[in-house]
Design a protein around this ligand. Structure first.
Ligand SMILES: [Zn+2]
Ligand SMILES: [Zn+2]
Length: 265
């Protein structure tokens, strides 16, 4: 068995999310929030046939995370892991479904890894984030988006993870001045919606100081953020705290339109 972990975002934004994790020769997907066709094309461009996805983990039932699940699962018979709240949002599946709790460790002992679920205060029943632990290397990878807030409990969950896909959803000023209706602006910033670039910076600082090296910013809002603003503000914030890119951490921005070159651990 080869001992490797790769974190590869296929799509990441408020318009659709799916993340490929290659671990010890196995492929798993976290979320399936684009059409089956788009997810399949993205996988193939990363050298993975969709039939070779061994498991599909869902974070929550918003359409930008589950849009392609029904068709993908019918076509490729991929086993699905999701909370009860999330499964309620899926009309029909043709695969084996495992209902997990929002605080469960799912073992894949034969393949040398575990998947950990953890609840978030996001505004939908059964919303979780995931940590994938490579039992051979001891390295953890976390996928943390749609957080609502970054709680001390989440910090504990992600502490020491080698690589993290971390939400950096909106620039406060762009959200404030932007075109969204007032109730939607309030929902996003409510503590049950998404986390801003500012909150992401504070979260990432604490995680980098606890040993995280690879940060992938993700789930950017196409309306209330840009890749440039997210990246520049992140580096500026860290520079001001003597955390230097390339020395103390590596940074990439996950693309909304297709696969991003990932981190191999
Ligand atoms: Zn989302
Ligand atoms: Zn959501």
């Amino acid at each position: 068995m080869t001992c490797t972990t790769e974190l590869i975002p296929l799509y990441s934004s408020s318009q659709g999310n799916s993340t490929l994790i290659k671990i010890n020769g196995i492929n798993i997907l976290i979320d399936c929030g684009k059409s089956c066709k788009m997810i399949s094309e993205a996988l193939i461009s990363c050298g993975v046939y969709p039939d070779d996805v061994s498991a599909l983990f869902l974070t929550h039932g918003h359409s930008d995370h589950i849009q392609g699940v029904t068709v993908f699962s019918k076509k490729y018979h991929t086993p699905i892991f999701a909370t009860k709240g999330t499964m309620k949002k899926i009309s029909q599946t043709y695969s084996e479904v495992s209902i997990i709790s929002d605080n469960e460790i799912i073992p894949f002992k034969d393949n040398g890894f575990e998947v950990w679920a953890f609840p978030t205060p996001h505004d939908i029943d059964g919303s979780v984030i995931y940590k994938v632990r490579n039992l051979m290397s001891g390295k953890d990878v976390c996928v943390m988006t749609d957080l609502g807030q970054f709680t001390p409990a989440m910090k504990g969950f992600a502490k020491g993870a080698c690589a993290i896909l971390l939400e950096s959803n909106y620039d406060r000023k762009m959200l404030q001045d932007g075109p969204y209706p007032y109730p939607l602006k309030m929902r996003i910033a409510s503590g049950h919606g998404h986390i801003s670039n500012d909150i992401c910076h504070e979260a990432a600082e604490s995680l980098i100081r606890e040993g995280t090296r690879y940060i992938m910013l993700g789930h950017l809002s196409p309306t209330n953020n840009t890749e440039e603003i997210a990246e520049e503000s992140f580096v500026r914030y860290m520079d001001g705290r003597d955390l230097i890119r390339g020395r103390d951490y590596e940074l990439k921005i996950a693309s909304k339109t297709g696969p991003t070159e990932g981190f191999a651990l």
